[in-house]
Design a protein around this ligand. Sequence first.
Ligand code: PLP
Length: 430
Amino acid sequence: MIWRTPESSPPAPHALPVNAAALNNHLISDSQGRPADDPIFALNAEATRRAKAGESIVNATLGALMDDDGRLATMPVVFEALAAVPPERGAAYAPIAGEPRFLAAVIKDLYGEGPLAAQSVAVATPGGTGALHNSVVNFLAPGDALLTPSYYWGPYRTIAQHTGRRVETFLMFDGHGAFNVSGFAKALEGQLERQSRALILLNTPCNNPTGYSLDDRDWAGLASALRGAAGRTPIALCMDLAYARFGAAPFNHWVRHIQPLIGEILLLVAWTASKSYAQYGARVGALVATHSSADERDHIKSALSFSCRGTWSNCNHLGMLAITELLENPDLRARADTERQRLRSLLDERVAAFNRAAAKAGLVYPRYEGGFFVTVFTPDAEGTAERMKALGVYVVPMDGAVRVALCSTPLRDVPRVVEALVAGLAAVVS
Ligand code: PLP
């Protein structure tokens, strides 16, 4: 029987209070006033509008690798692999945690057949972004802050804010332009006093936005700081490997520094096909978690699967199956490596041209050996970017620097970008 107490009966319609303002206020307070679009996309739109109107524009704002004719650089073998997926498999739902073969292939891609592979579990995610989301909601409590260097990818904050977490940073560079290990150690110590756990997000190699890649010395310092902090509260290190295939050092050169810490800390990797297969829209990614305890791994796998179900349910099956083949089939893998190398060369030539011109011009920027972006330091980022715009060159202003997307800058325009940077900075310096 369905019954209502008098208290829970809805009031008669005519008795409802009429408040037009409240009726048009559907968003909860947290959701009000949120920006619809990333500011970078607004800058891109402006640059595109001016270019379409016939102006000579260099658009160094967007984070996708374009060829020198301004077309998105793609890898044909990826489309072959997509086309070869049997329709009835590609069109079907994927398992919630992801295809087991895909997950095993991703773990192998990271750790080969080594000991870390045997200590890893994974779930499929929509790109690295999904992996970062799953990390934040599972390894930080609401109200807690993730820890990341002062130059970081803006959506870290969006994800944190969206899920009721926060972002805390430490100054990324020391006075010599190296990774600020002592600043990191101090910030982590501080967090461990305030929080019952820590989650560190580290985007290297080819950090977005700075272009900086941690070298062996940075890694040794970082590992030692982690060792010093471990053992008091749970610490998770999440490696955001979005650009890992574009770094100067081998893809997994950092692993040997962290391997001895497994068990003392939790290692997470946000793996993604977006950049490494030039498949930004396919949303193929994974979160890999590595821990020495089998029990802990089981709990983690369940929690991550639960988050998948409660967030996106399951991921792009077609993309996942195609990327599995590209990872596992030796012929396809070799072809993907060759095609990626072509994309890398495109970018590496721009990086070399930038380094030559920027060094000559005396620009101040972090060590830059490869990757989609570089930042040039300026005390007046907005002013520098505005003056560059006036010269037809679009870059992204951020705290204390402007970000230059060499990934979308044709080689022939690199000298013009450097000239515009010099001009944009001149007014600041003089
Ligand atoms: N991390 C960084 C630093 C990025 O720049 C990006 C994309 O631009 C991502 C993660 C995530 O990309 P995706 O979700 O496409 O893998």
